[in-house]
Design a protein around this ligand. Structure first.
Ligand code: FVH
Length: 291
């Protein structure tokens, strides 16, 4: 089914849902929109959307229902009362949640006779519609094939397999990398500023450093997959990192900073060291995170 014939409803018109609806309208999909606060749906009429005031109407009118709301509690509140109306529909849920939540909604959709895809959006609303907007999907494979014109309107789509929870697992894994980097940066800039270096002056140094350190990740990835933390040669042994990490904590305290962001890393490094990973690369930290 091409965009000329496929009817799509977008349920939830927050910042992200609005961007998704606009991307569909740009690709000439007949697009129905519903939102709890109806004014947001009406505002999209100017872009050619058909604003509906009842969820049942949004479901009835469309072949594909894209839902993007605050959380899965809201997804359930919205969809679960309409089980019989969902038969034969494709549901693409782009709400952020956990793998268990995705699995629960997938089971509901299957019981309802709907085809379910769960998605993880690795982009911010202004990126939607561009190839840089990377969106992960998992769930019913035939639904992914059938809705490719829809998912292509949002950005670059990657299918992660038939386990509905996989897209959200990888979404949360990627977000963990992002928050770890942001957290590290926020501590580092506070430390730099405590020495009267402005955040602006610190930017070229920290970005160059992070770009350089990112190149170490494939080396660590090979070690982690092989469970051999000496594979390819040890570049940054864990015992040495325990010692240098203490300097970060001590200097931060001296500069009057909180060490709450960094202390847990030191604790894990110590645990790994005590378990005998001192001579291994720092990537062995994964062994204590795995518990
Ligand atoms: N915006 C972003 O940068 C991120 C990028 C990655 C993906 N996330 C996830 O997308 C989901 C929606 O995020 P959002 O940015 O659109 O969020 P808001 O602008 O806050 O809109 C929230 C929508 O949810 C509706 N809503 C909330 N509670 C209820 C409820 N009880 N019943 C019905 N609808 C509800 C809200 O409606 P309203 O307040 O306008 O009436 C909005 O439509 C989210 O999972 C992100 O993690 C975005």
């Amino acid at each position: 089914m091409g965009s000329e014939t496929m009817k799509v409803s977008v349920v939830g018109l927050g910042t992200m849902g609005t961007a998704l609806a606009k991307a569909l309208l740009q690709k000439n999909f007949e697009t129905f929109v519903w939102n709890r606060t109806h004014s947001k749906a009406e505002a999209l009429s100017e872009n050619g959307a058909r604003a509906v005031s009842e969820i049942a109407e949004a479901i009835r009118q469309s072949d594909v229902i894209v839902i993007c709301v605050l959380n899965y509690e809201v997804v359930k509140e919205i969809l679960f009362p309409f089980k019989s109306e969902l038969q034969g529909k494709a549901i693409i849920n782009l709400t952020n949640g956990t793998p268990a939540q995705a699995t629960a909604v997938s089971e509901f959709a299957t019981e309802a006779g709907a085809e379910y895809l769960d998605g993880g959006i690795m982009a911010i609303p202004p990126m939607i519609g561009m190839p840089e907007a990377f969106i992960l999907y998992s769930g019913y494979g035939k639904a992914f094939e059938k809705t490719q014109a829809v998912t292509a309107a949002f950005g670059t789509a990657q299918f992660m397999g038939t386990n509905a929870g996989t897209a959200s697992l990888i979404d949360l894994a990627l977000l963990s990398a992002m928050y770890g980097m942001f957290g590290g940066y926020f501590h580092s800039v506070a430390l730099a500023k405590s020495g009267s270096i402005s955040a602006a002056d610190f930017i070229p140094m920290v970005t160059n450093w992070l770009h350089a350190m990112i190149t170490a990740l494939p080396h660590f990835a090979a070690q982690i997959d092989a469970k051999d933390y000496k594979l390819g040669g040890v570049v940054s042994n864990l015992a040495m990192n325990v010692v240098s990490f203490e300097n970060i904590l001590e200097a931060s305290k001296t500069q009057g900073l909180k060490t709450d962001l960094m202390q847990p890393i030191k604790n894990l490094l110590l645990q790994a060291n005590n378990k005998g990973f001192g001579d291994d690369d720092i990537s062995a930290l994964v062994e204590v995170i795995k518990n």
